[in-house]
Design a protein. Sequence first.
Length: 167
Amino acid sequence: MKMTIRFALSLAAVAAFSALPIYAQHGHGGGPPSGSMGSAHSSSASSHGNSANAKAGSNNSSSSISEKLTDNTKLAGKLESLLGPNTTLQMLQADAQGFKNLGQFVAAVHVSHNLGIPFDQLKAKMIGPPKESLGKAIEQLKPAASSKAETKKANDQAKQDMNDSGK
């Protein structure tokens, strides 16, 4: 019960904070921040469907991850199988909310699967508050595991999955 409340509050905080960059961008002509996937913007900027927002989607992590999962059925299918037989694309997209990029999300799915850590617990640690690295989350949720080795393994698996999917 306590974890459910904590998770719900974490999601609410992420939703509230993810809207801030949108409001901060109004009133200046500077364009999107640099870096292809390193910022944590909300999905509303690219949900309007016009081409300018679609191009900015690569900087809009929540929607770009969802869009990439929609477009990349091979990767989505792999992740769905890792999270469980009843996982749908919509559930996968919801699980991806809050991660800074697709690679971080895919690595977290692998850690959850590899170590038997419930994904919602791992996600709550990683997206905060306070945000923690994948390694730090592993240390806290599975102290007996080698967080450094498991992080490297998951990152390698994520890269391989994304390469194998052809996107």
